[in-house]
Design a protein around this ligand. Structure first.
Ligand SMILES: C[S@@+](CC[C@H](N)C(=O)[O-])C[C@H]1O[C@@H](n2cnc3c(N)ncnc32)[C@H](O)[C@@H]1O
Length: 438
């Protein structure tokens, strides 16, 4: 028995430092790194999440402020101290934590770490900030640091969206609403809304389909009526547009490419006649496990294959599909408000590689589409290279492909397809193109 072993209980702030370091130093996604907070009690976990999301959302602006307060920058082995300083600044600027509490809690967190030598430094930095706050903030805001986005992305958005880029950068720093999709196999949307209202959960109807609801305030899934019996799913309203665009008809063979974790797979099944046959494929076994769990919870059926979509010879049986959805891997620049770590993790060079992979996926899957069939290409990107320009190049390579205009009241038309910008009609940034084969 190891009776001498002590369990070290970390505070919410110390855990937040570890989580943010895992993102900025090890390149982990925030979603993955947040598992470090699992051992905290519910209140501390919520506070820790708030610290992590907020500090990462504003990281480069906070960094521009911190840079003015330091004689020399931190060595990479002291990134934890730098992050602790950023956390302190975040609490003062964005959380309205009383100044003295933000300073003393930051210093106390440092005192409990193995780097107590940095107590004085942190105390000095935060106190200097409080003395010169206005000048320091306005200095940071005189540059692009005000938007807290990497320089390459600001430039790319300016190139793609001109005057609208500022609005996009601001929307990316907002808190997104929680939207849900009512499983129409089990409930009418209005009846489900009434059930939500009975639990004092307020929501509005998504005007673009017959199953979406946007909640006034986020809640845990446990609070959603019959969630575990499959009555509803959490899904942004922009992602809910895919199934209607695909519009699978009775008896059709449907292919869902890049399907995991299965949000759109499930929606296609919920809205379609029961005799469609759906094959959902994804390269990632762990993510495919989540497709299966989601289908089981929602009481739906599909053939789920863990395969590389590019290697069609290994899994395609030769019978063409009448409907195909490619929800391509992308920069996820349309969902930065939900995943602010994208601003720290994504590099300009990633875009070239993603555009290449998307083109390969389109080329490999196109021959599997039946004549007169429909292929919906989707991304949660707002970059032209992954969207409209990608489809323009595809059409040049495939004379038998035709781009069909999407008539809708959401988003805006592009050269090909339709783009929703982040925050527009409360939705995530998303792109859809509709292709047919003649
Ligand atoms: C945008 S996500 C899909 C989201 C999903 N459609 C949904 O609605 O829940 C992109 C997916 O592409 C998958 N992927 C990337 N490269 C792939 C490939 N070569 N073959 C199959 N799937 C791939 C990733 O594993 C990831 O799950």
């Amino acid at each position: 028995m190891n009776s001498n072993k002590k369990t070290i209980v970390l505070s919410a702030r110390q855990t937040a430092v570890n989580i943010i370091c895992a993102v900025v130093q090890q390149g982990k996604s925030l979603t993955e790194a947040l598992s470090l907070a699992d051992s905290l009690d519910l209140r501390d976990r919520a506070f820790c999440r708030e610290l992590c999301y907020g500090t990462i959302r504003w990281y480069s602006r906070l960094d521009a402020i911190l840079g003015q307060l330091l004689k020399k920058s931190f060595k990479s082995k002291d990134t934890d101290i730098k992050v602790l300083a950023l956390l302190g600044l975040y609490q003062i600027i964005y959380l309205n934590t009383p100044d003295h509490a933000a300073v003393s809690e930051t210093v106390n967190t440092c005192a409990k770490s193995r780097k107590s030598w940095a107590k004085g430094l942190l105390n000095g930095v935060l106190r200097s900030f409080l003395r010169e706050r206005e000048a320091l903030e306005s200095n940071a805001d005189s540059s692009d640091a005000q938007y807290a986005h990497p320089e390459w992305l600001v430039k790319q958005l300016q190139q793609d969206w001109g005057d609208r880029s500022t609005e996009i950068l601001q929307a990316n720093n907002e808190h997104p609403p929680m939207s849900i999709r009512v499983n129409l196999q089990q409930n009418e949307r209005e009846a489900y809304l009434a059930e939500l209202n009975e639990q004092s959960i307020e929501a509005t109807l998504n005007p673009y389909n017959n199953c979406g609801l946007t909640l006034e305030k986020p809640v845990s899934v446990e609070q959603l009526p019959n969630f575990w019996q499959g009555a509803s799913s959490v899904q942004d309203c922009a992602a809910q547009l895919a199934a209607d665009l695909l519009d699978a008809q009775a008896g059709q063979r449907v292919l869902d490419v890049c399907a995991a974790p299965g949000g759109k797979t499930a929606h296609i099944l919920e809205r379609s006649p029961s005799d469609i046959t759906l094959t959902a494929i994804d390269i990632d076994e762990r993510r495919n496990q989540r497709v299966m769990e989601n289908l089981e919870r929602l009481q739906l059926n599909a053939e789920v294959l863990t395969v590389d979509a590019l290697e069609t010879k290994e899994w395609f049986d030769g019978s063409a599909f009448q409907r195909i959805l490619i929800d391509a891997p992308c920069s996820a620049t349309g969902v930065i408000r939900r995943h602010p770590d994208i601003k720290l993790l994504r590099k300009a060079s990633d875009i070239t590689k993603l555009v290449e992979l998307q083109a390969q996926l389109l080329d490999a899957i196109w021959p599997l589409l039946d004549n007169n069939g429909v292929l919906i290409y989707a991304t949660c990107s707002i970059l032209a290279a992954e969207n409209s320009q990608q489809i323009t190049s595809f059409l040049k390579r495939h004379p038998d492909a035709k781009s069909v205009k999407i008539d809708a009241s959401w988003g805006q038309t592009c050269d090909h397809g339709r783009q929703i910008l982040p925050g527009e009609q409360q939705m995530d940034g998303f792109y859809y193109a509709c292709l047919t084969k003649s």
